[in-house]
Design a binder for this molecule. Structure first.
Ligand code: GCU
Length: 649
């Protein structure tokens, strides 16, 4: 019996799957062929759409044929349209599911004209979301670490939240944008969460059961110290036989409960988490031990490369956090097991609004790499500000991809919670959708993905609404960049929670995130000639491009170089004048966006309009604070007045 399509509770936003989005397919005669659990999901979807829009499931003379010819795991599907009939064929239920949602996305266009059969397949096999969700509320980080969308979808106050219908609905949204894997708990694994691996695996099993019908595999973050904290062993040394046996046994039991379990995510020797260094072992030793435990069952370990010294002395100019991941992992290239995936943050620091692409991504030619993006807007406005990250991610994913993708998998830190709009800020849904679609096709035009999101989420939107949504979202990342830390230098956020400006908030801290502003200039010298040598981690042409302030792109200048305030940018402006100008402009752009949003009242559901309008108030206040803090700081430091004589305190 196919499970019915999940039902949303009263008040929960349908996001990009409102009923209206199914009108085109639901008004037609639909023939479904094939068998298997995911074909049943497609069956249930089509049946519901038809019941709503007057179509029917038929056995002959269909308008659309959805056919799975086998039961393999392929995600590819072929779509064609000929003689008035649309066909979707796949060699298994997964492909058919993605084909079905593709038809939904196309709407009426799927049923018009002649369409030569075209095959669609994802460029990236694993398209995953990492939830930084805690089971027990953490005293500092709360239910969801860096979560801005309410509580967790999965956990509440120390136990499973229990709303599996909502989890199923979440799986459905993810399938409709192409995501196929979810890690259900935080990479910082605290005491309660550690037990999900053993005596609390039943709670994970329930989540896996809810996500499976939509083609999503479940993964778990585990602590490297599990053999000690859960198994009572005296060591977690990855080369110790007892430790290896413990992991093999624990993993076998996980697979008894969840036969299609995806594997483990591990944050080791990072920001205080335990890891192999304590035993004098390498990260390859650590990852390979877990890979060996997972291998007989077809699982994977995602081993995070976010390893750096978080107890740095700000006076020490030789240690450079940006270098750390590459320095730690490049010597290990080739030493990892085939089912160990190195999970690398897209930039060398930490999800700032502007960073160069991490050189580690293309340096590990003998190791599978997953690039980690951050959908949750930790450093990009915390879902109070509109900041659509599509253009940034697109730049990252295209970097070094001329001769093929330099990575195998894509991961994003999830921005979803139990909020009725899923993402706190209703417009932040666009980030989640865009991640899924770019993971499927990293070379897709992000603007086209945005239009697709608008088309699905606001079916039949009048042109003014679609245009307004595009206006407030398309340039929002660059707007955010303008009023926050300038020219790639990063941070300048309030310590701890990371919201709002504090120019020196992290300047003298142990975290390694400095801007080195003094009365003469600003920026971090990462050149080989006079700085930390970080530019040497890049291959041609970037090692040269970034090395010199003359060739370094403006937007990354202060990431790579320490320059005087009077340094003239390629844009023709000086660094100091650029800081003033962009900060005034950024605020003006938010003011305009807020007006555009106000003008859309009446075209958007009232609850959604009100929620966004509220957040625009907050964003505008915060952007003004950023502008004033940054401009005043640099005016006072440099003594250089604004050419245009605007008010700077
Ligand atoms: C950032 C973030 C932490 C998180 C860490 C990680 O530093 O602030 O909350 O744990 O990244 O990616 O592991």
């Amino acid at each position: 019996m196919p499970l019915p399509v999940p039902v949303l509770s009263e008040g929960v936003d349908p996001a990009w799957l409102p009923e209206e989005a199914f009108r085109a397919v639901g008004g037609r005669r639909v023939l479904i062929r094939g068998s298997g659990p995911l074909v049943e999901t497609v069956h249930a979807e089509a049946a519901q759409a038809c019941a709503r829009f007057g179509g029917s499931l038929v056995s002959d003379d269909p308008d659309v044929v959805l056919e799975s010819t086998g039961e393999d795991g392929s995600e590819a599907f072929t779509l064609g349209h000929r003689d008035g009939r649309t066909t979707v064929t796949a060699s298994g239920g997964r492909g058919l599911l993605y084909g079905f949602f593709h038809v939904v996305r196309l709407g009426e266009a799927a049923f018009r004209g002649e369409r030569h059969p075209e095959t669609h397949r994802p460029a990236v096999a694993v398209r995953m979301l990492d939830h930084w969700d805690n089971v027990a509320v953490h005293p500092v980080m709360g239910q969801v670490e860096r979560g801005y969308a309410g509580g967790s979808l999965f956990w509440a106050d120390g136990r499973a939240r229990g709303d599996l219908e909502r989890v199923r609905a979440y799986g459905r949204l993810l399938a409709a944008c192409g995501i196929n894997a979810v890690a259900v708990n935080n990479v910082n694994v605290h005491a309660t969460e550690a037990r999900l691996l053993t005596d609390r695996i039943g709670e994970v099993t329930d989540l896996a059961g809810a996500l499976r019908p939509y083609g999503i595999r479940t993964h778990l973050s585990v602590t490297f110290a599990a053999p000690m904290v859960l198994g009572g062993l005296e060591t977690a040394d990855p080369l110790d036989e007892g430790v290896r046996r413990w992991w093999a046994g624990a993993t076998a039991r996980v697979y008894e409960a969840i036969p299609d379990f995806g594997g483990y995510v591990v944050k080791a020797d990072s920001e205080g988490q335990p890891g192999p260094f304590a035993y004098g072992r390498s990260h390859a030793d650590g990852a390979n031990m877990l890979a060996a435990a997972l291998q007989p069952h077809g699982g994977t370990v995602h081993w995070r490369a976010f390893v750096y010294d978080h107890r740095q002395d700000w006076r020490d100019r030789t240690t450079d956090r940006a270098r750390a991941a590459y320095d730690h992992f490049v010597p290990l290239d080739g030493a990892f097991a085939p089912n160990a995936v190195l999970q690398v943050k897209h930039g060398p620091m930490d999800f700032q609004v502007r960073e160069p692409v991490s050189p580690l991504v293309s340096a590990m030619s003998h190791t599978p790499v997953a690039v980690e993006l951050q959908a949750t807007q930790e450093y990009t406005g915390q879902q109070q500000h509109v900041c659509w990250l599509g253009p940034m991610w697109s730049e990252v994913l295209r970097f070094g991809a001329e001769d093929g993708l330099p990575f195998e998998e894509l991961v994003a830190v999830s921005n979803v919670g139990d909020d009725p709009f899923w993402t706190g800020h209703p417009l932040a849904q666009a980030n989640l959708y865009t991640f899924g679609r770019l993971a499927w096709r990293p070379d897709a035009d992000p603007g086209a993905v945005l239009d697709e999101w608008i088309g699905l989420s606001f079916p039949d939107a009048p042109r003014r609404l679609a245009g307004g949504l595009r206006r407030v979202l398309a340039g929002s990342w660059r707007t955010y960049e303008k009023y926050t830390a300038p020219l790639g230098v990063g941070f300048m956020v309030q310590p701890g929670h990371h919201y709002g400006p504090s120019v020196d908030g992290y300047e003298y801290s142990p975290w390694g995130t400095y801007h080195f502003a003094d009365r003469d200039g600003i920026g971090v010298d990462r050149s080989r000639a006079t700085g930390t040598g970080y530019t040497g981690q890049y291959t041609k042409p970037w090692d040269e491009v970034y090395e010199s302030p003359e060739t370094c792109p403006d937007e990354l200048l202060l990431f790579f170089h320490h320059v005087p305030y009077g340094h003239v940018l390629k844009s023709g402006s000086t660094v100091i004048q650029h800081i003033y100008d962009t900060h005034f402009e950024g605020v003006e752009e938010v003011e305009t966006a807020r007006e555009v949003w106000d003008s859309l009242a009446g075209l958007v559901a009232p609850a959604r309009h009100a929620r966004v309008a509220e957040r625009y108030e907050e964003q505008l206040g915060s952007a003004r604070e950023w502008r004033d803090q940054i401009n005043s700081y640099f005016f006072r430091k440099s003594g250089v007045p604004d050419e245009r004589g605007r008010t700077i305190h």
